[in-house]
Design a protein around this ligand. Structure first.
Ligand code: PFF
Length: 455
């Protein structure tokens, strides 16, 4: 139990921390969202901007976030209050972390709907529904799945219960072990899929699509999408990684660990893209800009036509569910640990209450695929799209700007150096980017992107 009176729990080794942070980072963002938004934004140009954002905004902020958690060893809101006091700043900085707590809960509410699709695809695969299916058939099956709100709500409920069960028990227990075994298996499965796509799909077309930089197809809102996704995929800008950092063993180096996690995360996204697009290009009924269903429509075609496809397909969707699960836990951890560290509630009560709110918010997202699919918010978004827009395009980038300013400008060099495993030019480079490049880069992309979307 993580209360103030007891010593805080901690991950028991550096490796467990890396695995838990990777578990948080690698999730639906890599396997479901990255390919589909890359497809919606025209491929290559988007991917390049996304990689630049990981480098110039994602990694510097991630280091800053882990630093805040590790140094204070408390939940994000209290961590920011503590650090603000330590550096003589206003405690109003806490609003940065409170916004993160809210962002995490909103993300979980719609993340859980998509995770529910993955859960549902596990029994569907086992049933053999996809054997020898073609692209039109696979699209039809997916659309049929979305058409029933009760079904989506059922899977959503199951996923929220699975998430809260772990959060209530305490994230450092069990989670590390699960991630240790399951993440490598997921990685191997993605490689198997990649092998299939290379041999059976339009692989060279996919490589060209993902990596040929076509400047003409780049709009300001796709640049904002790439920036927002860099934050989403690394689980940063909202305190999730800060919360995990608070459990980091003392002797674990921050920067090296962050680089490892960011590299693993990026590899998984690129491999997922390279596995999915060759199938998309080989299937006339599937468009790269298909939208949120891309993963669920394209991969079953591959499983349906490969030997042992029922087994591999079921295993794949089970592992995607696990990857979503290890991420969702970190989405709600800042909220739950705040309630607990403040001494306001036990993990059980906080978990039930906060998980309940996410469940309620998720109802709107479940209905966005059937009865309320029209864009009724600003004439642009349905509830699912709005939840994603608000968090990925607004809250995470704004959280990122604030964190970069907070750590970059409110702390002296010596205070940062004390806690950091890098020194010399590497340290200077990180601090320089965090102070002078990251905040302005995010600000420019953010304002131009938002203007482009609304005007
Ligand atoms: N990084 C996760 C993914 O890519 O699926 C999603 C996520 C987890 C976003 C935790 C934000 C977060 F705080």
């Amino acid at each position: 139990m993580a209360t103030n009176a007891l010593p805080r729990e901690a991950w028991n080794s550096r490796l467990t921390f890396i695995l838990a942070a990777t578990g948080s980072a690698v999730g639906l963002g890599n396997i479901w969202k990255f390919p589909y938004i890359a497809g919606e934004n025209g491929g290559g140009a988007f991917v390049l901007v996304y990689l630049v954002c990981i480098l110039l905004a994602g990694i510097p902020v991630m280091i800053a976030e882990v630093f805040m958690g590790k140094r204070t060893r408390t939940s994000p809101v209290l961590a920011v209050e503590k650090l603000a006091a330590e550096s003589g700043q206003s405690t109003r900085w806490r609003w940065m972390a409170i916004m993160g707590v809210i962002a995490g809960m909103v993300i979980l509410s719609y993340y859980s709907i998509v995770a529910g699709w993955a859960l549902a695809y596990f029994p569907k695969m086992i049933s053999g529904a996809f054997v020898a299916i073609d692209d039109a058939g696979s699209s039809a099956l997916f659309n049929e799945h979305l058409s029933n709100p009760w079904r989506l709500l059922g899977w959503h409920s199951l996923f929220i219960i699975m998430t809260m069960a772990v959060v209530i028990t305490g994230v450092t227990r069990g989670l590390g072990k699960a991630v240790e075994y399951l993440m490598p298996i997921l990685f191997v499965l993605l490689l198997i899929l990649l092998g299939f796509s290379i041999s059976q799909g339009e692989f060279s077309h996919a490589v060209k699509y993902l990596f040929a930089f076509d400047f003409g197809s780049l709009t300001m809102d796709s640049v904002l999408a790439a920036l927002g996704h860099a934050f989403f995929t690394l689980s940063i800008g909202m305190g999730a990684i800060m919360a995990y950092g608070s459990y980091m063993p003392e002797d674990t180096p921050i920067a090296k660990t962050v680089l490892t996690v960011a590299a693993l995360d990026t590899c998984v996204a690129l491999i997922a893209g390279l596995a999915i697009f060759p199938i998309v290009f080989a299937s006339p009924a599937i468009e790269p800009g298909e939208g949120a269903g891309l993963l669920f429509i394209s991969l079953p075609i591959a499983f349906g036509s490969m030997p042992g496809g029922i087994f591999f397909g079921a295993l794949f969707f089970a592992l995607v569910s696990v990857a979503a699960w290890t991420s969702s836990i970190s989405l709600i951890e800042p909220a739950v640990s705040w309630a607990v560290d403040k001494g306001k509630a036990t993990r059980l009560k906080a978990g039930i209450f906060l998980g309940g709110i996410c469940w309620l918010l998720g109802i709107g997202s479940a209905l966005s695929f059937n009865v309320y699919s029209d864009p009724w918010i600003f004439g642009l978004f349905n509830w699912f799209e709005f939840s994603d827009f608000l968090t990925s395009y607004v809250m995470l980038p704004v959280g990122g700007i604030l964190m970069a300013i907070f750590v970059g400008h409110m702390f002296g060099k010596s205070a940062l150096l004390e806690s950091m495993d890098i020194e010399g030019w590497l340290f200077d480079a990180w601090r320089f980017v965090l102070r002078w490049i990251t905040p302005d880069l995010i600000k420019i992309i953010f304002f131009l992107g938002i203007i482009n979307i609304f005007l």
